[in-house]
Every structure is written in structure tokens, then in C-alpha cells.
Design a protein around this ligand. Structure first.
Ligand SMILES: [Zn+2]
Length: 201
């Protein structure tokens, strides 16, 4: 029997968010929706970033060095898009200090750019509290679940050095209720542009 309701659910179910990284040129900014960041050692392996698995880690066994990557969720108010923001250990240290001082990251404005304007240049992060009284930011989502889903999706795909559309699949909050969504092709292109950094940085 269908579960009929006269009012739609408050939010759509989503299992993933697009990953976004600091662009080489320009800046990225948005409101952080997660209370904290979370990260883990990763490998850049066969053209993609995968987690370092403590036991039985093939990249480790073959001498591939690991790098720490951290993640938080961020909402672009301008685009009404919710993203998983990936950043380096150096940026994570700065964010951890800020989290310690303010108790949470949620609701704080993050602006990131690379002063060198190089794809792998050092990331400069600016964090600031803002007045949330007139802004309704998306609820936090489970970052670990989303990452496991994305990494599992990658494992199922054949080894390939070019980004795959599945990686850039967008699951937006309140998709059904957005009045004039940006065409998916445009969003996908933007995301591909942000996920083609050859060093996974
Ligand atoms: Zn490893």
C-alpha cells in the first residue's frame, strides 16, 4: 500500500553530495553545515582519491604514500547547493583551531582560495561567525556515510583516469521543491571542473 500523505516530507533522502575543492583561481565560500570536520589518510591511486585501509591496504603495500584529507559539509547560499568540501591537512589544522575556539563549525562562513593560483597551491582558509537569524541552513548529514558511498562507487567503476559522471552525480536537498533548478548538465560540469585536480588535492 502506498504511504499517501497530503504534505511532502521536509527533505528528500540523499545518499551523496558532490565533492568540491578549493579552485586554483578565484575563491569558494559557503556556510558550514557540519558541526565538525572529519578526515582520514588517503591515497591517490589509479587516478582517484581512496581511503587508506589500515590492514590489507594495497597502495601501502606497493609503497604509495598516503596524505591526510579532511571533509566538512558546506552550503552555497547563492546556488542553493550542499557540498562535501575536501581539503588538506594544513587547512584542517587551521579549521581545528577555529573549532576549538568556537565550539562548532556549523553556521560559520568559510572562504577558501589559493594565493598562488596554482591547482595544488597552499589553501588559505578564512572562517567567520555570521548572523544566522534570517538564514535557514540545511541540516547536517553523515559525512562518513557519504564518503563510504562515494568510495564504494569508485571501486565498482573500472580503473579510469578521467572523471566519470557517476562521481559527479548530484543529490540536492529539497530538489523537488526548488523553483528553478540550474540545469543538471551545468552543475555536473562545474563539479567535474572541481574534481579533476590531478593530485587529488
Ligand atoms: Zn594505505
Amino acid at each position: 500500500m502506498p504511504r499517501w500523505t497530503t504534505t511532502p516530507p521536509a527533505e528528500t533522502h540523499h545518499t551523496t553530495l558532490p565533492i568540491i575543492r578549493t579552485p586554483a583561481r578565484g575563491e569558494f565560500s559557503g556556510l558550514i553545515t557540519s558541526p565538525d570536520q572529519i578526515g582520514c589518510p588517503t591515497h591517490y591511486w589509479h587516478g582517484r582519491t581512496i581511503p587508506c585501509e589500515a590492514n590489507d591496504c594495497e597502495p601501502c603495500q606497493q609503497g604509495n604514500p598516503w596524505r591526510y584529507h579532511a571533509y566538512l559539509t558546506i552550503w552555497s547560499r547563492k546556488k542553493n547547493e550542499h557540498y562535501l568540501f575536501e581539503f588538506t591537512q594544513q587547512a584542517a589544522n587551521k579549521i581545528a583551531e577555529y573549532r576549538e575556539k568556537h565550539g562548532t563549525l556549523r553556521g560559520h562562513l568559510l572562504t577558501a582560495h589559493r594565493p598562488s593560483q596554482k591547482p595544488n597551491g597552499r589553501i588559505q582558509i578564512l572562517l567567520q561567525p555570521i548572523d544566522l537569524s534570517s538564514i535557514d541552513i540545511p541540516r547536517p548529514v553523515d559525512i562518513q556515510t557519504i564518503l563510504l558511498h562515494l568510495w564504494a562507487m569508485d571501486r565498482q567503476s573500472p580503473t579510469n583516469d578521467t572523471p566519470r559522471p557517476s562521481r559527479a552525480k548530484t543529490h540536492k536537498l529539497n530538489e523537488a521543491t526548488r523553483p528553478d533548478p540550474t540545469p543538471i548538465a551545468t552543475i555536473t560540469q562545474q563539479i567535474i571542473n572541481h574534481t579533476t585536480n590531478p593530485n587529488g588535492d
